[in-house]
Design a binder for this molecule. Structure first.
Ligand code: PDD
Length: 279
């Protein structure tokens, strides 16, 4: 099956999909997005993703392009056409096309895009061994809660992580951990789970919310408070949450082993609970 795209409601193959060069998404990064994945062929937590898309769009005075029910039926149609075992669904809304000028016309028709590509899960051996991370200064703007397509700081951070042989870049602002370049970061300290609070310094991860709920259901203490870089490095466990990473143990940060250098019990427990949830 070919990869599928849907541009402004029209489906076709991804390789044929085109955007006008004066699209503000292309010229200014003036747009928002979501990444949704399927489990057993069904889009996961679609409502939470569409709610966040709506919130991101509202924060930028962007029209949503389609009503939530239309987004859902476009997703269903794309999945019907692409028929991958599991799919990574990408949604994007940009402000639309206009002669390049920073202020935007208020009556622009937004550009809407969906793409459907095969999702290849992380290899089990990587998941079982855990991954390395490096810390990098968080140089992003002040509204990280908006899932904007302006991802340059995230792109540079992840590239630096890759060049350092690490899987993820853990972002540090004012000495405190905010999140990863593509994930939320959770630590375990003194038997309790700790992660940065929701607000404008992080993206409110759909996976983060579910995993914190799973932890509370297990009776694990959860605190939503910033963790310092020092506390990250001396944590007994560190793990990432996100649509693409699910619950993924970090076993080394900046060359220092976390705990005994293997995925710890709480990460393994929550990862097992996650697997049960999506089975
Ligand atoms: N990223 N933080 C950041 C900066 C992210 O980019 C993401 C997800 C998350 C996790 O959010 P969620 O659990 O809702 O997927 C946290 C997507 C997958 C991406 O940009 O590819």
């Amino acid at each position: 099956m070919p990869d599928i795209a849907c541009v402004n409601g029209r489906f076709g193959s991804l390789s044929d999909a085109v955007i006008n060069v004066e699209d503000r998404g292309f010229q200014f990064g003036d747009g928002v997005y979501e990444v949704i994945r399927t489990y057993r062929g069904q889009p996961f937590s679609i409502k939470a993703h569409l709610t966040r898309l709506e919130r991101s769009a509202q924060a930028l005075q962007l029209p949503l392009g389609h009503e939530p029910a239309q987004w859902t039926s476009l997703i269903d149609e794309g999945l019907r056409l692409s028929r991958f075992p599991e799919t990574k669904i990408y949604l994007q809304i940009t402000r639309g096309q206009a002669p390049r000028d920073h202020p935007f016309p208020l009556d622009l028709a937004p550009t809407t895009i969906l793409t459907f590509r095969e999702l290849r899960p992380l290899e089990a051996s990587v998941r079982d061994a855990g991954v390395k991370a490096v810390t990098i200064e968080d140089i992003r703007w002040g509204r990280c809660d908006i899932k904007s397509v302006n991802l340059l700081a995230n792109v540079l951070a992840r590239q630096r992580a890759k060049e350092a042989g690490a899987f993820e870049a853990i972002l540090i602002r004012g000495g405190m951990v905010t999140e990863g370049s593509v994930s939320n970061v959770v630590v375990v300290r003194n038997g309790a789970i700790q992660t940065a609070p929701e607000g404008n310094k992080i993206l409110s991860g759909v996976t983060r919310a579910i995993v914190l709920e799973l932890a509370r259901n297990e009776g694990l203490p959860v605190s939503e408070d910033f963790v310092s870089r020092e506390d990250l490095l001396t944590a007994s466990e560190v793990f990432l949450t996100g649509t693409t990473v699910e619950v993924l143990s970090v076993v080394e940060v900046d060359g220092r082993a976390i705990g005994d250098g293997r995925p710890g019990p709480m990460s393994r427990l929550l990862s097992a609970r996650w697997s049960a949830l999506i089975a």
